[in-house]
Design a protein around this ligand. Structure first.
Ligand code: ZN
Length: 118
């Protein structure tokens, strides 16, 4: 972070490139992300509501992640009781720019749809 990013605090964020394929729109107010459980390998689709669950990174949250929007969610699949703790940052177009997933990992829609065994 240098001189420019201090002058223009959002400059760095505008440069963050979203990763495509990780979040897919679900109607005008919904967004789907996909996670895989570390413990049992279950793939889980998670529907997020833009209106309530996805928050703008502003105020005290602004410096905690690179996105313009973010969501924090605990996900529990149906095959085991492991709680997957996901924090995902999105750019202004709801593309994923960063993710931290405890006890699991973020996968793309393509990975979600792939069969585990050929
Ligand atoms: Zn599991």
């Amino acid at each position: 972070m240098g001189f420019l990013s201090r002058l223009f605090p959002f400059w760095g964020k505008a440069q963050s490139k979203g990763k495509s394929g990780y979040a897919t729109a679900d109607g005008p107010h919904g967004l789907n992300i996909y996670v895989q459980c570390d413990k049992c390998g279950e793939k889980i689709a998670v529907r997020l509501r833009k209106t309530s669950e996805i928050q703008r990174r502003e105020g005290p949250d602004a410096d905690l992640g690179p996105g313009q929007f973010f969501v924090q969610k605990t996900i529990v699949g149906s095959k085991c009781y492991q709680r997957i703790e996901a924090t995902v940052d999105f750019d202004g177009r709801y593309n994923v720019v960063a993710d931290t997933v405890k006890h699991g990992r973020l996968i793309t829609l393509k990975e979600f749809n792939e069969e585990d065994e050929p």
